[in-house]
Every structure is written in C-alpha cells, then in structure tokens.
Design a protein around this ligand. Structure first.
Ligand code: HEM
Length: 146
C-alpha cells in the first residue's frame, strides 16, 4: 500500500514537534534567534520596543512556553504559572501589523534553523492561531487599531 504520511499529523503527535525542533536546546537556539532578529531588524522595532530593555527573561519565558506547547515539558506553567497567553498580552496594543510582525520575525528565525520546510510550514500555520487570538483579545481592550 502507498504510504500516505501527512507531515502535519506527524508533527502534531505527542512530543513529535518538540523533538523535531531539537528539544530544549533547539528551542533555546530558535528563540534566541527570534529575539536577536527582533532586536536588530528595524522592521520589527515596534514590537521590540514593547518588550523590556533586557530580553533575557523574555527568551526564557518563550522557550518555556513553547516547550509545553510543542509537547515537551510544561516549563512555563512550572516556572511562571498559568493564566493563558492572551491574558499576558492584554496590556499591549497588538493590531494586525504587530501580529504580522511577530509572525514574520518568527518565520525569519525558523528559516535560520536547520529545519525542513515541512516543519517551518507546519509551525507557521500553528503560530498563526495564538497570534490571532492574542491580537483579538488585545483589541477588545484597545480599540484604536485594526
Ligand atoms: C501577536 C503578536 C505578538 C506580540 C506583538 C507579542 C509581544 C509580546 C511582548 C511585548 C511581550 C512582553 C510583555 C512584557 O514583558 O510586558 C510578550 C510576552 C510573551 N509572549 Fe508574546 N507577542 C505576540 C505573540 C505571541 C505568541 C503567538 C506567543 C506564543 C506562541 C507569545 C508568547 C509570549 C510569552 C510566553 C511571553 C511571556 C509572558 C510573560 O510575561 O510571562 N507571544 N509578547
């Protein structure tokens, strides 16, 4: 029988995504690159400026969150507690432009890794969900953007 493997099913299964990104070490590399790109590229200065001056804690928080989100250990819950991602972004004014900047920055960081295109494509689809949700919740608190 022809083997029909869907990459998205593969990555979504258990800790498959977590392993595909290189586990904790891979996530640290990815997120460090994500924030390096955000910090250095003028295209992302609007969202960089929303962050604290030092990005050290932001890096650890995103690594910790992504670990659990991708099927690894729920480090964010353990270190920083629950509450949900939209809530921790509530104080920020995230319009469609800021949402798209975050996603574009993540795409750049993913492209710098030694990842197959199927993984990058899968992750970009998955990241779009929390990004959209964060944007929507942010806009219910701030009404001056789209
Ligand atoms: C939609 C566009 C997004 C923007 C503009 C954005 C921006 C930010 C900013 C400025 C902070 C720092 C807040 C502060 O220290 O006051 C932050 C924190 C964080 N963001 Fe986002 N973010 C976005 C989407 C996402 C997505 C999609 C995820 C997860 C997949 C995520 C995960 C996190 C985490 C884990 C933190 C740390 C939360 C904490 O303080 O404990 N963000 N984000």
């Amino acid at each position: 029988m022809t083997q029909l493997t869907s990459n998205s099913t593969e990555y979504g299964e258990g800790s498959a995504t977590y392993e595909a990104v290189g586990s904790l070490q891979g996530l640290q590399k990815l997120v460090t690159e994500f924030y390096r790109v955000m910090h250095e590229s003028p295209a992302y200065s609007d969202i960089r400026d929303m962050h604290p001056k030092s990005l050290e804690l932001s890096i650890d928080k995103l690594v910790s969150f992504l670990s659990g989100w991708m099927g690894g250990e729920a480090l964010y819950l353990k270190k920083y507690g629950g509450g949900g991602m939209p809530k921790v972004h509530m104080h920020l004014n995230i319009g469609t432009a800021e949402r798209d900047m975050w996603l574009a920055c993540m795409h750049e960081a993913l492209s710098q890794q030694d990842y197959p295109k199927s993984l990058i494509d899968y992750l970009m689809v998955q990241f779009a969900f929390p990004a959209e949700r964060i944007h929507q919740v942010s806009q219910s608190a701030h009404h001056d953007k789209n």
